[in-house]
Design a protein around this ligand. Sequence first.
Ligand SMILES: [Mg+2]
Length: 214
Amino acid sequence: MEYVVNEKNAKITLQIIEAIHTNAAYLSEIDGATGDGDHGVNMDKGFMMAKERIQLSMNFSESLKVLGRTLVMDIGGSMGPIYGTMFSRLSRRFKKEERITKEVMVEALNSSIDGLMELAGAKIGDKTLLDTLYPATDAFTQAMNQQKSFKDCLIALSKGAEDGKESTKDMVAKIGRAARLGERSRGFLDAGATSCCIILQTMTSAMIEELDSE
Ligand SMILES: [Mg+2]
């Protein structure tokens, strides 16, 4: 198949939630190197809260909306609004569709990038989750331009996310708590870039499962 069905596909979102839950301690450990070490705990709290509000019968777009809203309303710190924006933007683009194609996907990803840039004022290279999301989206777009299948575009996205996350190790933080460390933030992964990589890779593998099964 060349599309993922929107209807009753909340299981993709539930898999994302599960992945954050599984990696909560790891994410806090990464955050602890340059921040206050609460990233995994905070994320887990919000994502688990959303889990209770998501029914399997919901559309994929609807479940993303619930997750986004929960993160904005119920988790503090900077990550709530940031991931809230990302998931809300994805949801809004998917909402109108019965079938999520690669063309819809790339628009949704770009809308998320725009939303995050507006919200946080972050730029590429500031050592944030954008440094995962942007190269992942870029890799997806390039695969699309080469007429690759949706599945291959998602595989490219997953690889782009991994490379992007790894690239934050060499960056100096320009924004957020880690920015206070200046040069000393170099040498460590960014926690947000790492959670974003987990989210994107889980989402892509769940979507690939759908593409393979239909
Ligand atoms: Mg923190």
